[in-house]
Unconditional design. Structure first.
Length: 463
């Protein structure tokens, strides 16, 4: 898996380094050599002398290098419905917003994906994912527009092709016109996998099968979705155990809690990850640990929707893979994963079962990097800085007013203000320099997202 001998090299020196490898190796002042799209070497002190084909040298004095952040749960389309229903719990929030979301089209989805991706990438995300499950009739190629936005920006990307087939008439929450049929959802999902999924080591685009949630999809869609994913060799994603209302819903409809219901439909396993998992008892956590089912922890959204505090320390202690998620920006208006590093640490310390021992800064950083790579099934490729892994890394500037008096760079990054990104590499290619995106026009994206948000509001009001 080594890079070709003649590959162009980027040398980064004089920076603190948090590798987030199995031993949490750190260097007070070290170097990273990138060859092509791979990390070639990493260590203390200066880079080896007489390296060939060095196309760029970066002085990292005053910086911390980390693996790129990995986002494990999002809904990009919500970028154009931010700031609405700000005082609602999850179910009331969904009821308030589904009539608006059900009127999105390809142009809106593309603009929203650009906005969501741009905000994350500018803040250190190198691998993004989007759980898109709203496919109104005659709305265009929504999946293709999202993938195109990620490709143009230059980030590594997983599209979780979502679906809903349980509408209001069947006891679900979405409007009747906002859902697909069972057959239509499965066929469209399989077509998306066939068209876009790349299983290679350095893949930039992967697809997961992702029916939305127990209260918006039928049991048959869950079962057949799991069968489809395993037949195609892709991962599975959904929402699980997010609220007490969901727990009640599952008991009333299925006669069991969410985890038992998921297990009965084939939805526990090392190829599965679920968003939120706030209301998990000891038995649920044991089932996730036994099956290596992953969790996307979304602390800001959980707080915004008053869902509760997920038992992340207990999950980690049991061996459950856990990553971080922004979640949709209609329930986390900032749209930045760096915020989740800090909030994961702070919110979990509010749990009286753990208090100050819940999480520390390095555990939070691991959630946002290696943990995310685990739940996306890419821990052998990304998530830590190690020779042979893909060159997805971030150089954070920590010598300004905001951080300079904090001696420990990892603490500065996690607990301090959002740190500027001096350089972000994805697949060995610069995507961000000096806090500006290189491949897209941020100002143009800001204008298009504002225009599409206003167009969607007008269409909804007219309807």
């Amino acid at each position: 898996m080594a890079a070709p001998a003649a590959a162009p090299r980027i040398v980064i020196e004089n920076c603190a380094i948090a590798t987030v490898d199995a031993d949490d190796t750190e260097y007070v002042s070290g170097h990273i050599v990138v060859a092509g799209n791979r990390i070639e070497s990493i260590g203390a002190g200066k880079a080896p002398e007489n390296l060939e084909n060095v196309v760029r040298r970066v002085d990292g004095t005053g910086h911390l290098a980390t693996p790129g952040l990995v986002n494990t749960h999002h809904h990009f389309y919500q970028w154009i419905t931010r700031g609405l229903a700000t005082d609602h719990n999850l179910f009331n929030w969904l009821v308030a917003l589904y009539p608006t979301w059900a009127r999105i089209d390809e142009q809106m989805t593309y603009a929203a994906a650009q906005g969501s991706l741009a905000m994350m990438a500018r803040g250190g995300v190198t691998t993004a994912m989007d759980h898109h499950y709203v496919f109104p009739r005659n709305s265009g190629d929504l999946s293709g527009s999202i993938i195109r936005a990620a490709s143009e920006l230059g980030v590594r990307f997983t599209l979780a092709r979502g679906s809903m087939d349980r509408s209001e008439k069947d006891g679900g929450l979405p409007p009747d016109f906002a859902v697909e049929t069972l057959e239509g959802a499965l066929a469209a999902t399989e077509e998306t996998v066939d068209r876009y999924h790349d299983a290679s080591f350095d893949s930039m685009t992967q697809i997961a099968v992702a029916p939305c949630s127990p209260f918006s999809v039928s049991t048959e869609l869950l079962k057949q979705g799991a069968e489809l994913a395993r037949r195609k060799g892709v991962r599975l994603h959904t929402h699980g155990s997010e609220t007490v209302e969901e727990e009640k819903f599952c008991h009333e409809l299925f006669g069991m809690g969410p985890t038992d219901y998921f297990e009965s439909t084939g939805w526990l396993g090392e190829d599965v990850w679920m968003a939120h998992c706030v209301h998990m008892n000891d038995s649920d956590i044991e089932a996730f640990a036994r099956t290596k089912t992953g969790v996307a922890h979304c602390p800001s959204s959980n707080a915004r929707l008053a869902a509760g505090i997920a038992r992340v320390p207990d999950m980690l202690a049991a061996g459950v893979p856990v990553g971080l998620g922004v979640d949709g920006t209609a329930s986390n208006e900032s749209g930045e994963l760096h915020t989740e590093l800090r909030n994961a640490l702070l919110i979990n310390r509010l749990n009286p079962a753990h208090r100050e021992a819940a999480l520390n800064a390095r555990q939070a950083l691991r959630l946002g990097t290696y943990g995310g790579a685990q739940v996306l099934g890419r821990a052998s490729q990304i998530g830590s800085l190690e020779p042979g892994k893909l060159a997805d890394l971030v150089l954070w500037k920590l010598d300004t007013l905001a951080h300079a008096s904090i001696a420990d760079p990892v603490t500065a990054l996690v607990l301090g203000a959002a740190a500027p990104v001096t350089l972000s590499l994805v697949n060995g290619e610069p995507v961000v320099e000096n806090s500006r995106l290189l491949n897209v026009d941020e100002d143009a994206i800001a204008r298009s997202t504002r225009d599409e948000a206003q167009r969607l509001a007008r269409i909804t009001a007219q309807a």
